[in-house]
Structures are given as C-alpha cells and as structure tokens.
Write a protein that binds this ligand. Structure first.
Ligand code: BES
Ligand code: MN
Ligand code: ZN
Length: 495
C-alpha cells in the first residue's frame, strides 16, 4: 500500500473516495463544511434526512458530489466532539476502511485535521497509517488459491502545508511499525506444522539478510553446551529440534549497552504430560507470539534504521507429550545453576524463558524485556485489553507503560511483591515451576524474576492480547507497537 501526504484543496483530490468527518449532532468538521458549501449543501441535506447522526464509527457513502473530484464521499461518525481522542480517530479510520465500497482502490483522508489534546500531526498520521494497514490485513490462509490482497492501493492524507514535513516522517514511522505488526500476525497465524522452531530460525535469518542484523541460530548441541537444562527439558518431548535464535541490531554507539528482547517461542503448547483439554487447543499455535513480536519489532527497527543497540533472544520449541517428555516431579538444572521441580509440564514458558534470561546476561544489557503468552491467569486478571506488565524497576515499568499509551498498545502493571515468592517453594529443588491458582500470572513473573536479578527487567504477559478468538480468530501483532515505540524513545534519549 502506498501512502502520500497532500496539502492542496481537498475537493480537487483525485481519489476514488474522500473521507470526511461528522461529529455527533450532525456537526461537520472544517473540511466537511468546506466541501458542503461547494456541493450546494448536499452533505447537510443528507444528514438532515436522518441518515446519519455522527455516532462514532457510523458511515455513509455519497456518490457524485458536486464540485468534488473524488468519485465518492464517505462520511464517518467521529462521536462527541468534546470527547474526541486518538482512540476515537483510530476507531473512525477503521470504520471508514471497513465501509469502503469494493471498487475503491484509492482513498483520501481528512480526519487528522481535528485537533486532539496531547496529540500532534505526527502522532495522528502515524496512528492513521497503522490503523489502515491493520484494517486491510488479509489472513495468510493456506489455500489452494492464494488469498487476494485488499483492493485498497493508495492512501492520501490531507494536512496543512505547515504540517507536511512532520506528516511525511510520521508516514514512515507508522509504516515501519505496521510492517512489523504484519509480520507478527503472519507468523502467529501460520499453522504449527509450518511454523516450527526451524522455520522461525529461517525467518530470523531472512530478516538479518534484509536489514543487516547479526544472527545466530543455535541448535540442540549448542544449547546443550550452554547448559540450558530447563529449556531442553521442555524441548525433549518433541521430534521437532529446538532452536535458540539470537539477533543483533547494532546501530547505536559502540559502547552503548543494548536493550534485550526475549520472546517465548513455543510453536505448539499441548501442555505436555499435563495435557491441556481438547477444546480450542488449536489456539496454542499462538504460543510463539512473544517470539513473533520480537521478530516483528526487529523488522520495524530495521525499517526505521533505529540508532540503538538491540538484541533479540528467542528460545523456541514444541511442548509435546511423548515417551521422552518431561514428567511432573522431574527436576531440571537451569543454566543459572538453580534447580526446578516441574510440578506441571504445562507451565513450560517460564522453563524456556529462564535460560534465555540467563543467556541475556552476556550482553550486559541496559534493560531486558521478555514477551510471553505466559498464563491463562493473566487473561482472567486483565481480560483482553492490556498486556500484563511486571518489572523489577519502576523507571523501566513507566517507560513501557508510557510507550503503551502512546502507541495505543497498552499494558497494565501488576504487583510482584516479595510475599508471593514463597508460593514457589519446593521440597525437592530450589523452586517449583508453579505457584498454585492464586495470582497465577504473578507467581509466573516471580519465577522469571529469579533469573533476572542482574539487570533491569520487565515481563509482558501477552496471553490476553496476542491473538483474538472466535469469528475473528487471528494474531493481533501486539505488542510490536509498544515495543517499537519504547525503543524509539530510548534512541531519542541516547542522542
Ligand atoms: N501458553 C499457556 C498460557 C495460555 C493459556 C495463554 C491460554 C493463553 C491462553 C501456558 O504455557 C500455560 O499453559 N500456562 C498454564 C500455567 C499453569 C499450569 C500454572 C496456565 O495458564 O494454565
Ligand atoms: Mn503451557
Ligand atoms: Zn505455553
């Protein structure tokens, strides 16, 4: 899809469809008013007829509007003028895209004209771009005939002359994030017989080639040499060989300590011997979405050529029951030397992540953020809107929360107090891998914290946000926007 910025007369825009905003109470935006006057009040008349009130997300298509070059005008409701925020802008853009008639290949947006508190043109344009790409995403279904792309090809965004330069930069930023989001969705949506640990390793190598990252894909032998007994314990039940993927983007100053992103890459989670119930088990193909979000974020920072040092670490394997599989009661020795009694083989994410966290130490990172579809308990606690955030450092937590707000890919901080730690006590090892039903997402984070003592660390539990179930089943690409925004902010500070 091609995006361009224009600052001429909106009525002269050559496009299949010009999108105009209407607030509740049939109140037109400035551009809509301007077009209405040129068109002999055609818009006000349609509104007066009662066809549209301006409710957020409502839409109405008009054809052959007088003195307008565009072949159609699409009115989109913006909701209450006094309540208008970036979130409403995003909702209106999404509604407009969904309402485009089939024949529309090009569209012109004017919606960034409305002033929003705590926002600017760059932010509004980037959100518009991200939303358009998100709303036109076509699932990469494996079909005999490859699914066709969305018909929309060209998007023009109307801005003021003085806004042109910032808007153009914002298109680039928005598109970079959108490309990362798209990769993350695609990887998540792939079936688990295609998206294996080996496949993820190949994707990392491809990214590295495209953007000049350093890449290593360690095999089982190399993982054994590192002493990752916990990671290998999970992997041992599957015929698919495990991989440890390490990506490096070194575009910061030479002596700058990197940010490390660690992604859970369970390419299928059956639960292992502690087998999951059968219903909806297919969704456990999404248990590699943390890994996919690391790859997506690397794509975004590669596109942006972000001046920062970033390391990506992805432990990836299947969690399967078999004659070789991990058993409840087994004790594993992690790379850190700490031992773990496996009381439930379905709490496998933490078992692969703990060794990846220990591995992160060698990069002397300024911060480590792990991303994982870690617990069903997080979904019970927070639902599907925010990701769960846990951290051993308040400043890092705030940076991530702020990045979530700015990118509309929000997280909510959860407690991780000392008091919870004793739920992991074991009679037979240094710790158990589960802490009981109470506060399940917190005890999972507490487990990880024992392997993250040497650096500032945060954990994002994306179990509720990485994909959607039901009719709209599919990956969301979250939290690529949050992570990329966080890294962009870090790059700005490093300047
Ligand atoms: N991948 C799952 C977590 C999950 C479950 C994410 C459902 C999204 C939807 C994870 O490996 C898991 O199975 N966690 C267990 C932990 C429990 C055994 C302590 C869970 O949440 O039930
Ligand atoms: Mn599991
Ligand atoms: Zn899992």
């Amino acid at each position: 899809m091609e995006f361009s910025i224009k600052s001429g007369n909106p009525e002269k825009l050559r496009t299949d469809c010009l999108v105009l905003g209407v607030f509740e109470g049939r109140k037109l935006t400035d551009t809509a008013k301007h077009i209405d006057t040129l068109a002999d009040k055609a818009i006000s008349q349609v509104l007066k007829s009662g066809d549209m009130e301006g409710k957020l997300g409502s839409t109405l298509v008009m054809h052959q509007v007088q003195n307008v070059t565009a072949s159609r005008v699409l009115l989109v409701g913006l909701g209450k003028a006094t309540e208008y925020t970036e979130r409403h802008l995003r909702q209106a853009v999404r509604a407009a895209v969904k309402a485009l008639p089939k024949g529309v290949q090009s569209v012109g947006f004017t919606l960034t004209e409305v002033a929003i508190k705590k926002s600017d043109i760059a932010s509004k344009v980037a959100h518009l771009v991200e939303t358009v790409v998100d709303a036109t995403y076509v699932v990469n279904a494996v079909k005999e005939k490859k699914p066709e792309d969305h018909p929309l090809e060209k998007v023009t965004i109307q801005v003021e002359k003085t806004e042109q330069a910032s808007a153009e930069q914002a298109v680039k930023d928005g598109q970079s994030i959108a490309k990362g989001v798209r990769l993350t969705k695609d990887l998540g949506n792939l079936p688990p017989n295609i998206c294996t640990p080996t496949y993820l390793g190949e994707q990392a190598k491809k990214l590295a080639k495209d953007y000049g990252f350093k890449v290593e894909v360690l095999d089982k032998g190399q993982i054994e040499k590192l002493g990752m007994g916990s990671f290998l314990g999970v992997a041992q039940g599957s015929l698919e060989p495990p991989k440890l993927i390490v990506l490096q983007h070194n575009k910061g100053k030479k002596n700058q300590k990197p940010v490390a992103l660690v992604g859970k890459g369970i390419t299928f989670d059956t639960g292992g011997i502690s087998l999951k119930p059968g219903s909806d088990m297919d969704e456990m193909k999404y248990d590699m979405c943390g890994a996919a979000s690391v790859l997506g974020t690397f794509k975004a920072i590669g596109e942006l050529d972000l001046p920062l040092n970033v390391v990506g670490i992805i432990p990836t394997c299947d969690n399967m029951p078999s004659g070789n599989a991990l058993k409840p009661g087994d004790v594993l020795t992690s790379m850190s030397g700490q031992t773990i009694e496996v009381l439930n083989t379905d709490a496998e994410g933490r078992l692969i992540l703990c060794d990846a966290l220990t591995y992160a130490e060698r990069f002397e990172p300024s911060a480590v953020v792990d991303i994982a579809t870690l617990t069903g308990a997080c979904v019970i606690a927070l639902g599907h809107h925010p990701s769960g955030l846990f951290s051993n450092n308040d400043d890092l937590a705030k940076e991530l929360l702020d990045a979530g707000e700015k990118s509309h890919d929000r997280a909510w901080r959860m407690p991780m107090w000392e008091e919870y730690q004793s739920q992991l006590d074991s009679n037979f090892a240094d710790m158990a891998n589960i802490g009981g039903r109470a506060g399940g997402s917190i005890t999972a984070a507490c487990f990880l914290s024992r392997f993250a003592k040497k650096f500032d660390w945060a954990h994002l539990d994306i179990a509720g946000t990485a994909w959607k179930s039901g009719k709209e089943k599919g990956g969301t690409g979250r939290p690529v926007a949050l992570l990329t925004t966080f890294l962009m902010q870090r790059a700005k500070q490093a300047k």
